[in-house]
Every structure is written in C-alpha cells, then in structure tokens.
Ligand binder design. Structure first.
Ligand code: NAI
Length: 305
C-alpha cells in the first residue's frame, strides 16, 4: 500500500499561510510532495495593512527545502482576487485538490463595547473569506471529482469565549457551512471537514504561560490538517488539535420526548424540560432534514399509541 499521507501530485491552496498555523500547514504539505499556493494578505492580527513579504518568505523556505510553491497576496475578502488566485494556481500547477481555509483576524471586545464594524470585519474574513475561496474551487473540484477542504473553526465558536462574540459566531458559521457542503460535495468525492486548533501564534501568544508555549507550538496541529486534507480523509468531521492531543467535537441531539400539540403543551414542556434535555442516548443526525423527519415520525408514532 502507498502511504496515505503522501501528497505527491496534489495541489493545495493554504490561505493565511504567511505565518502561524498556515505557514506550518504549507510547509508540511510541501514537504509531503504537494505543490502549494501560499496565500497571505500580510496584515496585522486585527486585519489592517498588507504586505507580500510574509507569503514570499514561506515560498522561499519551501523552495529551499526542494519543494514547489507560489505566493499569492489576495485578501480572502475580495472574491475577484480569490478567483484570480485560483486561476493562478491552475495556470502554475494544472489543478487544485486541497483548500485549507486558514486566514483569520481578531477584533476582541465584550459585546457591550463592540462596534458593529468589528463584528462585520471578523465575519467577513473568517466566514466570507472561506466562502469565497471554497466557491472559487467548487466547480473545479466537482469536475475533477476530487477535493479536500478544511475549514478552520475554533473552540471559541464551538463553546464560546468572553470577548469573542464576533469571532465565535464567524467560526461556528464555518461549521454550518461544512455541514451542508459535506453533503453536497459527497457525490463527487469532495470531503469537507473542520479543524479546531489550539496553538501559540501571534494571535494567541499572550494567552499561554511561557512554559506552555513549546507544547502548543503550531506544528502540533499540523497532523490533524494532514489527515483532513489527505486522500483517505473523513467527511464532516470536526477535529480539535493542540499540544499533541486530538479530539472530535459533535453537534448532538438528545432523544427528546413527544409532548404533543395544544394549549397545555407550554406548561407540560416546562415541567418535562429536564427529560427533553437529558443526554442519555443522544445522537448526531445525518442532516437537518433527517432530524426534522425524525420529529415527524415520533409524532406519528405517538398518535398511533
Ligand atoms: P496568525 O495571525 O498567525 O495567522 C493568520 C494569518 O491570516 C496571518 O498570516 C494573516 O496575515 C492572514 N490573514 C488575515 N486576514 C487575511 C485576509 N483577509 N486574506 C488573506 N490572509 C489573511 O494566527 P493563527 O493562530 O496562525 O491563525 C490561523 C487560523 O487558526 C485562524 O483562522 C485562526 O482564527 C484559527 N485559530 C487559531 C487558534 C490558535 O490557538 N492559534 C485557535 C482557534 C482558531
């Protein structure tokens, strides 16, 4: 058997790959044989400014190690520039097999103090940035009947974090995007997954005590990305990775109770809320439609009793 995590002949786009996690993703993909488009706007953590230097430095590093890469300075918020990036990838390397949506910014503030502009710009980069990049490769991946797309979500989106209402909302939106795209892409072997990393980068370095910086180095997240971008990748998985530990997050559904329809239901629901939210036997529905039709089935079964 050929090694599963060999990327020879594959072409990957990694956004926000001028530093931090994206740089490590790009280096690892290139080291395993992929031709890589290193995208980065080259701005600050809060998304201002821009410079081609960061992306080019990573390209130079890949080439010095004997790999193949090209730099791209598109902002993922600019759909025309993203389309041009995909055209550049196809012109240089002939195809695009892998997209790692990694670019991101922070504008942390408690919701009370947050300007709507800071909310919008964070949603714009994380959610719309990933939408733009995914849309720009989607037709191509469908035609070639192969694609691996990784969305970078966050524990802040999955579980919340003080001061990150904008970031958390944008990050969980990427899980929603993944849920539907993994269903729509399946017939043409496009697999879409989420990565929730924890790593000491310029984005988070102040959060980690000094003695933990080494354990949380971004390289420790890379294996999860490689598995999600590989030929044998799962589909519709949310993989968490940090400091050598890997976990999966699931959006589960409790068994619930059929309570009925009618005037007495609000009080009955209030009285039985603990039963409805009890987690014994909870499941992960295969789709939103499956969850809805299951509710109807429970109602019909109750009506027959
Ligand atoms: P980072 O700040 O080092 O990397 C983000 C990169 O994205 C930067 O190089 C930046 O220039 C680039 N970028 C920002 N806006 C862009 C745009 N509009 N177009 C193109 N590139 C743009 O931070 P880090 O930690 O490496 O973050 C990578 C991803 O991982 C982000 O999506 C972040 O939200 C996510 N993440 C990181 C965590 C961590 O613990 N470091 C935790 C959870 C998620």
């Amino acid at each position: 058997d050929s090694p599963i995590l060999d990327f020879k002949g594959r072409v990957a786009i990694v956004t926000g790959a001028g530093g931090g996690l994206g740089r490590q993703h790009a280096l690892a993909l290139a080291a395993r044989g992929a031709k890589v488009v290193v995208n980065d706007l080259g701005g600050t953590v809060n998304g201002t400014g821009g410079s081609p230097v960061a992306a080019q430095a990573v390209v130079d590093e890949i080439k010095a190690a004997g790999g193949e890469a090209i730099a791209n300075g598109a902002s993922v918020t600019d759909f025309a520039a993203v389309q041009a990036m995909v055209a550049q990838a196809v012109e240089a390397f002939g195809r695009v097999d892998i997209l790692v949506n990694n670019a991101g910014i922070l504008r942390d503030k408690s919701f009370a103090k947050m300007e709507l502009e800071d909310f919008r710009s964070v949603v714009d980069v994380h959610l719309m940035g990933a939408v733009h990049c995914t849309k720009a490769v989607w037709a191509l991946m469908n035609e070639q009947k192969y694609g691996r797309i990784v969305m970078t979500t966050s524990s802040s989106g999955l579980y919340g974090n003080f001061g990150q209402s904008n970031y958390g909302a944008a990050k969980l939106a990427l899980v929603g995007l993944m849920q539907t795209l993994s269903i729509e892409g399946a017939k043409n072997d496009i697999r879409v997954n989420c990565l929730a990393p924890t790593a000491a980068t310029r984005m988070t370095e102040d959060l980690f005590p000094k003695e933990m910086l080494e354990a949380f180095r971004p390289e420790a997240v890379v294996p999860a990305m490689l598995v999600l971008a590989g030929q044998d990748a799962p589909n519709r998985t949310i993989l968490c990775a940090g400091a050598g530990t890997f976990e999966a997050a699931h959006i589960t559904l409790t068994e619930g109770r059929y309570i009925g329809i009618g005037d007495q239901v609000p009080e009955a629901l209030a009285a039985r809320l603990a039963e409805v939210t009890d987690r014994t036997g909870e499941q992960v529905p295969q789709s939103g439609a499956a969850q809805g039709s299951n509710e109807v089935a429970k109602g019909m079964a109750a009506a027959r009793r």
